[in-house]
Design a protein. Structure first.
Length: 136
């Protein structure tokens, strides 16, 4: 989405969220940490294995979000998991100036473009001629 979709130059801040209904092992949490450090908020179902530490929880949620645009959450309530995920997606779409998602409203009018097409549009709106991929 970042490199080919033309939405950004990095993963952090993309309208995407990783969700796992439960964490099965420490390896799963390590993978979630990798995604969070890459800029993808991750939400695991179930109780947090570090929930007793307010400091660690704050680092994984607030500090990582500020630094990397990613976070690691643990939430046992599936409805809250969904609400958190949709909130992250809506905020990312707003930052990227994408329309708010409304089910059933986009249909055939939606056109997917590659990075080159997005850069051409951006250059045309800036009053500049076409952009060469090697220049960016």
């Amino acid at each position: 989405m970042a490199a080919e979709g033309g939405l950004s130059d990095e993963i952090g801040g993309m309208p995407a969220v990783g969700i796992a209904p439960e964490w099965m092992s420490e390896k799963a949490i390590a993978i979630g940490c990798y995604f969070a450090a890459s800029g993808v908020p991750c939400i695991f179902g179930g109780e947090s294995p570090v929930g007793a530490s307010k400091a660690v929880t704050k680092i994984m949620t607030e500090v990582w979000m500020e630094r990397y645009m990613g976070a690691l959450h643990f939430e046992p309530d599936p409805e809250k998991v969904l609400a958190m995920a949709l909130d992250y997606i809506d905020k990312a779409r707003e930052r990227l100036k994408l329309r708010k998602y409304e089910p059933g409203k986009f249909g055939a009018e939606r056109v997917l473009m590659d990075m080159a097409a997005r850069r051409e549009i951006k250059a045309a709106h800036a009053g500049v001629g076409g952009i060469n991929e090697s220049e960016s």
